[in-house]
Design a protein around this ligand. Structure first.
Ligand SMILES: [Fe+2]
Ligand SMILES: [Fe+2]
Length: 246
């Protein structure tokens, strides 16, 4: 009897036969579902070339993709970030913080979930004010710690998700102590204040509402995100072409 893993591999094999290029997944895509130490055998190429660009299963991105193009073509639902930005605006914070709220979870939406504050910040760093990426980096840590001065409590949701006895690990505690004493602490804290899970499901917020905020505060590279020489361009390219062989 075929194991679940064998069935999944067979399905994947059948799917890859329909593609015009051979696709090999990155270790990170499957680590845990399979043992990363076991070598990945190259699937039989059947005379095909290996994937070295656009994956035909995904919508094609423009040649010079913008931040909004990534929202439209590569990110999962972004209602949470849009609602958070809307709430921040309603609370009268600065435009920089509205932008930070709009982008704070982009790593979850389109890249890697673990340590999402750090990945989100790194993706954005070359294109935004240093304070914005700093605030985004540390929001992940600050979410674990209450701040009565702004009415921020440890999220009920985290108790459900991680258990009542979850304690942030020492590296998170250390990051918290560092952030708490930093001049931009409150900028990061304001993301957590506006970072709501139980938003109004009926409030529809459109990305276009933030065209001007993004236009003024995000340095869109003329070559397109991923094709510019910034230190995080490769990360945007990987989101654009997640299955490229090299
Ligand atoms: Fe977050
Ligand atoms: Fe969030």
């Amino acid at each position: 009897m075929a194991t679940t893993m064998q069935r999944a591999e067979a399905a994947e094999h059948a799917m890859s036969e329909e593609l015009d290029r051979v696709v090999v997944k990155s270790v990170l895509f499957t680590s845990g579902e399979r043992d990363p130490r076991v070598p990945v055998l190259r699937p039989p190429d059947q005379g095909k070339l290996y994937q070295m660009g656009h994956d035909s299963r995904l919508p094609k991105m423009p040649d010079k993709p913008t931040l909004f193009d990534f929202f439209r073509y590569r990110f999962g639902p972004s209602a949470h970030m849009l609602q958070s930005a809307r709430l921040a605006q309603k609370n009268g914070v600065s435009e920089k913080i509205v932008l930070a709220c709009l982008l704070h979870d982009i790593a979850i939406a389109g890249f890697i979930r673990c340590d999402h504050g750090y990945w989100s910040a790194q993706l954005l760093e070359p294109y935004v004010d240093e304070e914005v990426s700093w605030a985004i980096r540390y929001h992940q840590t600050l979410r674990f710690f209450a701040d009565d001065s702004v009415g921020y409590k440890y999220p009920e949701m985290y108790v459900k998700l991680f258990g009542a006895d979850y304690q942030p690990e020492p590296h998170i505690q250390a990051a918290y102590r560092y952030a708490r004493d930093h001049k931009w602490y409150m900028s990061s804290r304001l993301i957590t204040v506006n970072d709501l899970y139980s938003f109004d499901p009926n409030a529809k917020v459109e990305l276009e509402e933030f065209t001007d905020v993004v236009g003024r505060n995000f340095k869109q590279p003329k070559e397109g995100l991923g094709f510019d020489p910034s230190p995080s361009a490769h990360m945007w390219r990987t989101i654009n072409w997640p299955t490229r062989y090299l």
